[in-house]
Design a protein around this ligand. Structure first.
Ligand SMILES: [Zn+2]
Length: 366
């Protein structure tokens, strides 16, 4: 039970650290109102020891200012029940990283860890587009694809804590090389990286001149944001690219719907946030990819609601329900958000994860 003594006291800010593929972001968050009092950011170095040192430096810088009672860390990848990052394709050269343990030893504070997408999805389930759903699939498109599955009202963690990585479903036989090394993972055709892959293919067919021009005329330089920009200008080539992209997004969602029979699918990330036509285009294709698609209720595909930090400020109010959440569990959140090809979303998305984490710590420490 929460201690009323602690609740009535005015605890120091908690620290949330988001380890991304390119940046490590630390926030000091006031548990009373979710306000961010201090920030610290460093580039993500290569190598395990270097990552630990960089995260510790971010924590040390913030801890000097706010004297935190606990720390939360998020990392993208396979984070086990003990909070150890076993594998993360977006954090190169880092395997079997017990970051929570390291931080506990160095700072002598409780440390909580979780996969980054799980954080964002939990916030979406408690506060956002999936609020109240018993069965939901929550997908976030960034550099890769983050995902979480809500089954029976709870986050599916799996036997090891590794459940909910739909980005690496093998869906495009012989397709593009994924960051994980496989060919044809869903995220190689349905993430921000996937959007760039599809744009390059389309440009190679002689379409999408505006997208190519925005990339300086160099196909290898095409990124998802070039497509987004061309789309905002009403470019026809960009529309072709988006329709092809929507097809692949719908293929993966269709398989997930067939497997899990959710009430709805929440689509988060830059493109879903900025372009309703894209979401509609995905929606119109999903049931074609579902078993018995014409003989079952259509599954709504909706945009995520918590792209901005404001939405997560109140997340703490809902975390009291997470009574089954392990107290010491490390959450590593980030690259999908931090490295998002849609920069503005990346900022907000990261805020969601970090704030959820720090809000959770408020509950865990009470
Ligand atoms: Zn993969």
């Amino acid at each position: 039970m929460p201690s009323t003594e602690r609740a009535s006291a005015s605890p120091a800010s908690y620290l949330g650290v988001d380890v991304g593929g390119t940046k490590i972001l630390g926030l000091a968050v006031d548990p009373a109102n979710g306000a961010i009092s201090h920030r610290s950011m460093r580039p993500t170095p290569n190598g395990k020891a270097e990552v630990v040192e960089a995260v510790a430096a971010v924590v040390a810088e913030l801890a000097e200012k706010v004297d935190p009672p606990a720390i939360g860390v998020g990392i993208p990848g396979l984070v086990d029940h003990q909070g150890v990052l076993r594998y993360g394709p977006n954090v190169p050269g880092v395997l079997d990283l017990d970051l929570a343990g390291e931080l506990r030893r160095r700072f002598r504070l409780p440390v909580v860890a979780e996969n980054d997408a799980s954080n964002a999805a939990l916030a979406e389930h408690r506060l956002g587009a999936a609020k109240g759903a018993m069965h939901a699939v929550i997908i976030t498109q960034g550099t890769g694809i983050g995902g979480a599955l809500i089954i029976g009202g709870r986050l599916l963690r799996g036997a090891n804590g590794f459940a909910g990585e739909p980005g690496h479903m093998l869906i495009d036989h012989g397709g593009h090389r994924c960051a994980c090394g496989q060919l044809g993972c869903w995220e190689s055709v349905a993430s921000g990286t996937g959007l760039a892959n599809i744009a390059r293919e389309t440009v190679a067919e002689g379409k999408g001149e505006r997208v190519l021009a925005l990339a300086g005329g160099v196909p290898d330089h095409i990124r998802g944001e070039h497509v987004s920009l061309a789309l905002s200008e009403g470019d026809e080539g960009a529309n072709v690219i988006i329709d092809r992209f929507a097809f692949w997004v719908a293929q993966g969602i269709g398989s997930l719907v067939t497997l899990l029979d959710p009430e709805l699918v929440v689509l988060g990330g830059g493109l879903a946030a900025i372009n309703q036509h894209f979401v509609s285009s995905v929606q119109s294709r999903v049931m074609d990819a579902v078993l018995g698609g014409t003989h079952r209720p259509p599954v709504p595909v909706v945009s995520a609601m918590l792209g901005a930090e404001a939405g997560a400020i109140t997340a703490g109010k809902f975390l009291e329900h997470f009574t089954d959440y392990p107290y010491v569990h490390l959450d590593i959140a980030g690259p999908a958000f931090l490295d998002s090809p849609w920069g503005y979303y990346g900022k907000g998305g990261t805020g969601v994860g970090v704030r959820l984490l720090t809000d959770f710590l408020t509950h865990a420490a009470s």
